[in-house]
Design a protein around this ligand. Structure first.
Ligand code: UDP
Ligand code: MG
Length: 139
């Protein structure tokens, strides 16, 4: 069993895609063991994406991530990190495999609907960034 952090980004929430994204997780063996809706401020978004500090897209990305509500979730399952990344599709929706969330819904390389952790270490950091132990379901 592995855990990963998923975010339905502000574009996904605004465009009414929460249900579609969650349905894909439920159908593909990714169990939601924590979930909440948040609206990050700029500083929180910068802290979350600190790994990208200094990149050309950092300022725009953190503006976008703090522009409206987002849904943050912990997904648990076998190979949850890789499975979630597979369901998401490539960062650039133009490269995303058909049938993935980003291929189906993204409108822009930045506004690509979902976030997913990319490794066990980043998953641990990202889960701890949003959730404390009382908010995670014991199964
Ligand atoms: N991003 C962007 N321009 C780029 C690369 C990334 O706007 O050239 C944004 C996009 O929203 C992406 C996020 O920054 O999801 C984080 O980038 P990363 O490379 O970690 O992609 P991800 O892990 O989300 O696929
Ligand atoms: Mg990433």
């Amino acid at each position: 069993m592995e855990r990963t952090l998923s975010i339905i980004k502000p574009d996904g929430v605004t465009r009414g895609l929460i249900g579609d994204v969650i349905r894909r997780f439920e159908k593909n063996g990714l169990n939601i063991i924590a979930m909440k809706m948040i609206h990050m401020d700029k500083t929180q978004a910068e802290g979350f994406y600190a790994v990208h500090l200094g990149k050309p897209f950092f300022d725009s990305l953190t503006d976008f991530m703090s522009s409206g509500p987002a849904v943050v979730m912990i997904l648990e399952g076998d190979d949850a990190i890789a499975k979630n990344r597979e369901l998401m599709g490539a960062t650039n929706y133009k490269d995303a495999a058909p049938g993935t969330i980003r291929a189906d819904h993204a409108t822009d390389i930045e506004k690509n609907v979902v976030h997913g952790s990319d490794a066990p270490e980043t998953a641990a950091f990202e889960i701890g960034y949003f959730f404390n132990s009382f908010e995670i379901i014991r199964r």
